[in-house]
Design a protein around this ligand. Sequence first.
Ligand SMILES: C[S@@+](CC[C@H](N)C(=O)[O-])C[C@H]1O[C@@H](n2cnc3c(N)ncnc32)[C@H](O)[C@@H]1O
Length: 490
Amino acid sequence: MIPAPLVPPLAAAPPPPLAERLLAEAGRLLERGHAPEALPLLTTAARIAPSPGTWLALGRARFTLADVPGTIEACGQALALGGDSPEALTLRGRAHALLGDNRALLADAAQAVCLAPRDTQARTLLAQALLLAEEFDEALAVLGELWRENPADHGASLRLAEAFQRAGRYDAAEELAAALLALPDLPPAQRRLAHGILAQSALGRGDHAGAIRAAERGLAETGPDMPLLSVLGHAQLHSNDHAGAARHIAAAQRLAPRDGYLSHLSAALNEDAAAGRAPDGYVAHLFDGYAPRFEASLFGLGYRVPGLVLRLIEELRPGLNEGRKLGDVLDLGCGTGLVGVVLHDLLGGRLKGVDLSPAMLREAEAKHVYTELQRAELGQSLLTDPALYDAVIAADVFCYFGELLPAFTLVPQRLAPCGVFVFSVELTAGEGWELTGSGRYRHARGFVERALALAGLSPLVLREEVLRTENNTPVRGLLVAAQATPAGRA
Ligand SMILES: C[S@@+](CC[C@H](N)C(=O)[O-])C[C@H]1O[C@@H](n2cnc3c(N)ncnc32)[C@H](O)[C@@H]1O
């Protein structure tokens, strides 16, 4: 007989499934900030027992580890398995924001808000997406509502102030930022942001002295800060204090070494930009980001250059509309193809477009007017292209060049015997060339004339025109047509 045990055995609890234990342990690790250790546990859990919660947890861990594509994939899995999850949509929206995919960000944020209309995170993300899409009124409506719900939330006040500033409503931005700075207990990081909003607002309304004062006050109070240094440098650039601008833009760039725009501006201001023009990577990055809204924003600025180019060519070649056509045309820095569109009816030969930005080239391709599109730096293209062109055009492209001679020198070789070189530049009242606070270059008339002569080009037309507006002010420029001299062609 088997003796009865002295202590009856406890009813053994069923052990939690492995996936649950992995999730629980990963949760503890994540709480302690150990995302790298949590990741393999979550990956295994998602494999053995895929569920929306497991994939979402994996997405959070990947986001913490800056694995942006991995976050998007994990949130996608969570959504596919679990249907509507505002949290997964918000997280995926944040990942899209990091990739600069504003359309996907807006779609996810809008869907998250539809599913959870009171969710603060989803609404904050939606406002961010609307700001990036420059839908200022809608963004301000969302941020205003969040602020009214919790006026003591300094983060909500700062986001609203920043949105006012970006929408050009500087008085409202300054009022909110000043009210925040009057709070003695405002944490240093938020003080820094509030100073930045004050300085940026002054810069935005063209009060350069005010922007310098506000940025210097912020830097003195809160220490080195990239946005404050950048505003200070830009305000100094507008005030013609090049030495100050060079120093502060360089300091801002050191704090944000991967910022292509600041690198370009810093290199150019410090005059060590090797090629005397904006670096290829900077141009490509700038216009890749700009491509989807390029035309809308140019029309808003009253951009006239393609139309001016068309009229100049018609003036130089009378009778083009009556049966005679232009031969082959080379469009340097073709962008989205606006020059191709305006010249379309005059074209009898090939139209080749060259640009550094793949996204701009894709927009040009969609217009179906170019016979060839080449992704290349225009100097490289001029050097390696054996063809001759009836017209070589560079509309609003040399504003990314300080030195003009290296590119100009390559043009005569590409011009057919009666070929014309047509381009625009923005004018500076100063000497030589000037780099403006927007990262664009302006040129003096005499400098352009000298570069043409040295390159073996003689001007047929060199005329002042308003090219577009900036801050409601006309931007004056030169519209030029030149032909190759015998020396240039040799
Ligand atoms: C302001 S957009 C003008 C586009 C077009 N020409 C127009 O008038 O609509 C300037 C274009 O020049 C291109 N670009 C600037 N520097 C370039 C370079 N060195 N080589 C090739 N493309 C360049 C940019 O990528 C951009 O698409």
